[in-house]
Design a protein around this ligand. Structure first.
Ligand SMILES: NC(=O)c1ccc[n+]([C@@H]2O[C@H](COP(=O)([O-])OP(=O)(O)OC[C@H]3O[C@@H](n4cnc5c(N)ncnc54)[C@H](O)[C@@H]3O)[C@@H](O)[C@H]2O)c1
Length: 293
């Protein structure tokens, strides 16, 4: 039998912003494979995510292959800028969108999920933010560059550090998967604000983290996804469709990727089928990365 049964596994998925996020498809697929799925969402999108999880109009986007609906066991707020609540500035704590939550740091969120569900088997990092992503690198401010690095790259290290004690020596091992983009290795001029640098950092960090937690049978891998018009990506770049068309035309498979393909590969990486795979970048991009154009 092919071992793709996640029954009894606990998955913590970050980065669901709406029902088009890669993380939405990943979370659904992990539940479809049998896992209990907890979401950790940016505090400012909690209301939006709750509505996608409950509104009749969005029911279709919640459907799993067996006809049941996606239903996370928990949805917690988590701002990936903060390792603990001690890092949160006073003006953020008093902001009306934050004041209703007592805890939204990485460590607090990870500890809460582990305490409630008895540990963590799967951790998904699908978080990115670049305030000046529409500005080319050469025009990016130092402040925006550092902010992008903290949220989009360092947060993986922070999450793995917080989760490692809860993921150590789980039956069959545990797995961390993050999302990267080819712009971390090759020049994609429009991908600005320091975001390409974030992805380059994320890629070497994932390899280093694989070493640091490998002795606890925790694997760390990244998926390098082809361009996909999530709501956020469309908002960032009005010509995003042209970019997708270009990648599709120049990919060996000559088509764009779909978000379900990223979810399927994530489930593979988290499964016993990938038990010896760690520190790797799996390209889910219809082969675009191998081309010279
Ligand atoms: N869409 C693409 O073309 C593409 C391609 C390759 C890789 N990726 C990567 O995939 C991942 C998910 O992107 P997506 O396309 O699903 O877009 P998305 O906007 O749906 O996901 C990004 C998520 O990051 C969250 N986020 C931003 N700042 C945060 C913070 N401070 N704390 C917590 N969460 C925060 C947002 O709320 C959002 O849910 C990102 O790492 C992105 O770089 C995207």
């Amino acid at each position: 039998m092919i071992p793709l049964d996640f029954t009894g596994k606990v998955a913590l998925v970050t980065g669901v912003g709406d029902n088009e996020s890669f993380a939405w498809f990943i979370a659904k697929s992990l539940q479809a494979a049998g896992a209990k799925v907890a979401l950790a969402c940016h505090p400012r999108v909690m209301g939006i995510v709750e509505s996608f999880l409950t509104r009749d109009a969005d029911r279709e986007s919640r459907l799993l292959p067996d006809g049941t609906e996606f239903k996370p066991v928990k949805v917690l707020p988590c701002n990936a800028e903060y390792d603990t609540m001690d890092d949160v500035p006073a003006e953020v704590k008093s902001d009306r969108r934050y004041a209703k939550f007592a805890e939204y740091s990485i460590k607090g969120t990870v500890d809460a999920i582990a305490a409630e569900f008895g540990g963590i088997d799967v951790l998904i990092h699908s978080v990115a933010f670049g305030r000046e992503v529409t500005k080319p690198l050469i025009d990016t401010s130092r402040k925006a560059y550092h902010e992008a690095m903290g949220i989009s790259a360092y947060s993986l290290t922070s999450m793995v550090r917080a989760a490692a004690p809860h993921m150590a020596n789980r039956p069959g091992g545990a797995s961390v998967v993050g999302l990267t983009y080819v712009a971390g290795e090759r020049v994609v001029p429009h991908y600005g604000g320091g975001m390409a640098t974030c992805k380059a950092a994320l890629q070497i960090d994932a390899k280093q983290l694989a070493w640091f937690v490998g002795d606890k049978n925790i694997r760390v891998n990244l998926i390098s996804a082809g361009p996909y018009a999530s709501r956020a990506a469309r908002a960032i770049n009005k010509d995003f469709d042209k970019l997708i068309d270009h990648a599709a035309e120049h990919s060996p498979l000559r088509r764009p990727i779909g978000p379900q393909e990223v979810a399927d590969s994530t489930v593979f990486l988290c499964s016993p089928l990938a038990s010896a795979v760690t520190g790797q970048i799996l390209y889910v991009d219809c082969g675009y990365n191998v081309m010279g154009t």
